[in-house]
Design a protein around this ligand. Structure first.
Ligand code: DQA
Length: 146
């Protein structure tokens, strides 16, 4: 089965206990399980990687070039600072979608910049776990249209 890679950035390993009023109560494991199920229903396997380290995420994007048809990323706060991760994503040629549980545009000014937005096909923000499911749908639809 073709693969979709899901990458989770810093502090997302603490979902469930981290600011539930902002990010909801689902754990990362639960989000990955729901996203995996959505991918399987469309005939894809989901490979997930979480890291609190920028370089590890960059290497995971490099690795996805070999294995994955599409990519979904919630880079956490690296979204707002990492041009290196943005550059890595630009090299990945398949469909790629940026996801955020919260809506960064409605939060503090430092969250308004996304270094990833210019290099992804699209961004889903503020929809909680639903954003991950819609990101799978988007990757699958984009793969079908190329
Ligand atoms: C986040 C939004 C970021 O601003 C924040 O740093 C995160 C989570 C989200 O999913 O809403 O870690 O990416």
């Amino acid at each position: 089965m073709p693969e979709i890679v899901l990458l989770s950035g810093p502090n997302l390993d603490l979902l469930g206990v981290r600011s539930p009023e902002i990010y909801g109560t689902a754990t990362l494991e639960e989000i990955v399980a729901a996203t995996s199920e959505r991918a399987s229903a469309a005939g894809f396997t989901l490979r997930h990687r979480q890291s609190n380290f920028e370089g590890e995420l960059i290497e995971a994007v490099h690795g996805a070039r070999e294995s994955a048809a599409g990519l979904i990323i919630n880079a956490g706060a690296l979204t707002h600072s990492s041009w290196a991760l943005s550059d890595a994503l630009a090299i990945f040629t398949g469909p790629k979608i940026e996801v955020h549980l919260s809506n960064p545009a409605a939060r503090e000014p430092f969250r308004h910049l996304s270094t990833l937005a210019p290099v992804v096909n699209g961004s889903l923000a503020g929809l909680g776990v639903l954003g991950y499911l819609l990101a799978v749908d988007a990757v699958v639809a984009l793969l079908g249209s190329v």
